[in-house]
Design a protein around this ligand. Sequence first.
Ligand code: SIN
Length: 317
Amino acid sequence: MSGQKIVVLGTGGTIAGTSAQAGDNIGYTAAQVGVDELLAAVPGLQVLAGGALVAEQVAQIDSKDMDYAVWRALALRCAHHLKDPQVRGLVITHGTDTLEETAWFLQEVLDTPKPVVLTCAMRPASALTPDGPQNMLDAVAVVLAPGAAGVMVVAAGEVHGARHVQKIHPYRVHAFNSGDAGPLGWVEEGRVRLVQNWPLAQVKYVHDAIENIANPGEWPWVEVVMSHAAASGKAVDALVREGVQGLVVACTGNGTIHHSLEAALSRAQNTGVRVVRSTRCTEGQVLPKPGDLLPDSQGLSPVKARVTLMLDLLRAD
Ligand code: SIN
């Protein structure tokens, strides 16, 4: 990789977290250690990257608090570095809690043939056995893999595409999967064993998404509501009164909705609010039927459908 570099953008998370006691895996504070220090603590990382790792701290947050200001800054820094011919690819350190949303957001807005690899940890940097260092090594190995492209998540030895990856466990180290789609591959002793194609840039938004995002105006207001036993339409009616612009419904099963909630969603749609159906099921996707009155999310989970609807509305503004 002579003459090329890998840029590591730090955003915080448990990978940068510390606790007062080394054995404490839950009572820690996320986002304490700077990305420079994280890189320096991983033996062999600079050697693997050919001495060409560059660190930049974009944010330092617990990812439960992810917001549009950080997404905007991150997307703009990604776009900036990806344009540099000397940059081979990017690694982003991130908390696990909203990792899949950031990954999908970046997959939707970045127009690049280069790899963008998000990584994380389920154990803080101060743990007896932190998982961050190996994840960081594996993320760099993925950036260096021949042909690597698109936005991916690397954790616990697995490589996942941004479209399907989900956090599915609140505690164990192996916390991510891609449901029916499965992982793109694995990183084994620094080698990437791929079983699916690299994910490509989306063509839907990339043409003007970065310009839209750079605009400091308000981002569209899109909420997720859930259908469940005894659901009512009161929350939806209140959101519409407050000016919500989009609603994603986490539906039961194959896109079904409690009749009371459905009536409110239909009223919302009639007033111009965009409504999209996803499913509460963690695997599979809503299969559309003739006569469906509310469009489905085309396989996106509720939180990712929210990102896509928000970008759609941003683009339409
Ligand atoms: C976070 O999402 O920032 C905290 C939790 C984690 O990274 O596992």
